[in-house]
Design a protein around this ligand. Structure first.
Ligand SMILES: [Zn+2]
Ligand SMILES: [Zn+2]
Length: 105
């Protein structure tokens, strides 16, 4: 943990206003101190210990994975739409990708 405190960056989790933490019950984090070096989701024990709390949602989100899944989804979708040369497993996979992708929204 760094001792250098940067205004606008949480000293615990490193979140910023563009990269906040999120908890489904209270929403995104806010600054818990005036110097803006610790966020609510780190300073508030209840929120910090909530397993639903996700820190720095933008940098921690696996966008790459989602992109890959979206690509595979589109590919399968077109393949099935073409109506040739697809198997029932492709449909299962498509459905699974669809559900996974929706969960990320
Ligand atoms: Zn924080
Ligand atoms: Zn935060």
């Amino acid at each position: 943990m760094s001792d250098i405190l940067t205004k606008g960056v949480c000293r615990v989790c490193g979140c910023t206003e563009d990269d906040p933490c999120h908890n489904p019950n209270v929403g995104n984090c806010w600054w818990a101190d005036e110097s803006q070096t610790i966020c609510s989701h780190c300073s508030d024990k209840t929120i910090a210990e909530d397993p639903e709390t996700k820190h720095c949602i933008n940098s921690n989100s696996d966008d790459d994975l989602a992109d890959q899944m979206q690509e595979e989804y589109d590919e399968l979708y077109n393949k099935i739409l073409d109506g040739v040369d697809w198997e029932i497993e492709d449909l299962d996979r498509l459905l699974k990708l669809h559900l996974d992708l929706n969960m990320r929204l």
